[in-house]
Write a protein that binds this ligand. Structure first.
Ligand SMILES: [Zn+2]
Length: 274
């Protein structure tokens, strides 16, 4: 598993859920932000934050992206991402949607920030605020507030052209995960990640079937021509609890989190060779 501990990732999901519903701009999300920053620093990660305000259907909301930056020796960035806000719905705690991928990325940060050997390219891990639409329906521009902010900022400061690949995870913690190949993700990067998963014995999880999600944080980067791939399970057969109050801890599997974490860590290794 390359040092990735599925049980630790699971505990990170439980910790997030313990803060309750965490929509953008909420006090609970502020508590989670403080927790994540403290936790990431305890791993030895260099942590940068970008606080901004976003105009939403609910008015202007304070939001914050949190980015771990692990340096590399050559110019080039391998970007990983997750959103940590939860959908604005009553009694919605987002164990899988918001919690699972953030648990995976916190655990990946623990592993990578703990490795002392030099690496070729930098690895950045972005924790996005405001992925969820404030309104019930997902209609641009009411979604992806955090990833849009980060992509725009990187375009302005010149770092965007250094991003060699962006791997996004979202809704990855269910008990019967099937990650289909998303039509908006970049071909060679999908081939690479799904090939890595197959080699690791996860071909029954990273399946060959195709799908179209209709939107996620990678759109903020594909729109700017950054090679991107989204690992997500939105199949109603697997996640009937999606965007309902039933998205709770009992839906989460430590094994699924480990499969995703392992696949991403191996994919990062492969991207370091390119
Ligand atoms: Zn969602």
């Amino acid at each position: 598993m390359d040092g990735f501990d599925g049980k630790r990732a699971y505990e990170q999901v439980a910790k997030q859920v313990s803060f309750g519903p965490r929509p953008a701009g909420s006090a609970a999300l502020g508590q989670l932000q403080n927790y994540m920053e403290t936790e990431l620093k305890s791993y030895g990660c260099a942590v940068e934050t970008d606080s901004f305000s976003a105009d939403t259907p609910a008015g202007r909301l304070p939001m914050k992206n949190i980015v771990v930056k692990i340096p590399g020796e050559k110019p080039g960035i391998i970007l990983l991402g997750t959103h940590y806000d939860t959908k604005r719905l009553e009694n919605f705690v987002g164990a899988d949607d918001g919690g699972s991928s953030t648990g995976v990325m916190l655990e990946i940060a623990r592993v990578l920030c703990g490795q002392k050997q030099a690496r070729k390219y930098a690895v950045w891990i972005a924790f996005f605020d405001g992925e969820e639409a404030v309104n019930k329906e997902w209609v641009d521009p009411d979604n992806r507030y955090g990833s849009r902010e980060m992509a725009a900022r990187l375009a302005v400061n010149g770092d965007l052209s250094k991003v060699r690949a962006f791997l996004l995870a979202d809704i990855v913690g269910g008990r019967t995960p099937h990650f289909k190949r998303d039509g908006e993700s970049t071909g060679w990067l999908k081939d690479m990640v799904w090939g890595v998963a197959e080699r690791l014995g996860y071909g029954n999880v990273f399946v060959k079937e195709k799908t179209n999600f209709g939107g996620d944080d990678h759109y903020s980067f594909t729109a700017r021509h950054v090679p991107s791939a989204d690992i997500m399970d939105l199949d109603p057969a697997d996640v009937p609890y999606w965007h309902t109050p039933e998205d709770t801890m009992d839906k989460i599997s430590a094994k699924s989190l480990a499969i995703v974490g392992h696949t991403i860590l191996e994919s990062v290794k492969e991207l370091q060779q390119k």
